[in-house]
Design a protein around this ligand. Structure first.
Ligand code: SAH
Length: 209
């Protein structure tokens, strides 16, 4: 499979739907976010190992989360769990006039992601515990977590703009479900998106420690 085959497959499965997400998938080479030995598998729809014992999410997970996040071109976005930087690159292309702040707790991966994201001028990679969010640059239009959360951390809700959205995997250490959080009239609305998934656990203060 090449990039086009993968995109066609995800569209046929109705996991890729909107022009904005499809365009981002067309623009971002996934091989650039993989270690050399795995570049040949870049367009298989599967998660793959990256440094630090972590994983780059499967393309269908990136597609589904990106669609539910409903990003606009000027959005300010916070990502928790930079990993390889691939999801951040997709978000950067979706928010061409906006900005992506992404946080990674494993130092080795912060360096890997910074290198992979060098050409993406509207992305900033930070090293630290993202379970407490990134208060310095709040508020955010959108927040996305790509590590499994025991619950939605309070600080993320506080750092979300009115009308904003959070998409995150919430549940146990070994499996989670995608949750959509919306802030409407100052109220927090949580919806179970009925999409089971398996992410590495969120570490830190509001994570699994
Ligand atoms: N979005 C990534 C996949 C991330 S895998 C990609 O596109 O490649 C989940 C990542 O979350 C791992 O790299 C893990 O180290 C990181 N992580 C776990 N807990 C974290 C925390 N509290 N703050 C920031 N990153 C965290």
């Amino acid at each position: 499979m090449d990039r086009n085959d993968l995109i066609k497959m995800l569209m046929a499965e109705k996991l890729l739907r909107s022009r904005r997400v499809i365009k981002a998938f067309e623009d971002v080479p996934r091989e650039n976010f993989l270690p050399d030995s795995l570049k040949g598998l870049a367009y298989s729809d599967t998660p793959l190992p990256i440094p630090g014992g972590q994983t780059i999410s499967a393309p269908h997970m990136v597609a589904v989360m990106s669609e539910y996040l409903d990003v606009k071109a000027n959005h300010k976005i916070l990502e928790i769990g930079t990993g390889s930087g691939y999801q951040a690159a997709i978000l950067s292309r979706m928010a061409l006039r906006g900005k992506v702040y992404t946080l990674e707790v494993v130092l080795e991966l912060t360096d890997f992601a910074k290198k992979n994201l060098a050409g993406y001028k509207n992305v900033r990679v930070f090293s630290g515990d993202g379970s407490i969010g990134l208060p310095e640059y709040a508020l955010y239009d959108r927040i996305i977590a790509t590590a499994g959360c025991p619950g939605i951390p309070r600080p993320w809700m506080d750092q979300l703009k009115e009308g904003g959205r959070i998409v995150a995997p919430v549940g146990g250490v070994y499996e989670q479900r995608l949750i959509l959080v919306e802030k409407k009239n100052g109220k927090i609305l949580e919806t179970d998106l009925n999409f089971p998934c398996v992410f590495v656990p969120l570490r830190g203060l509001y994570g699994w420690r």
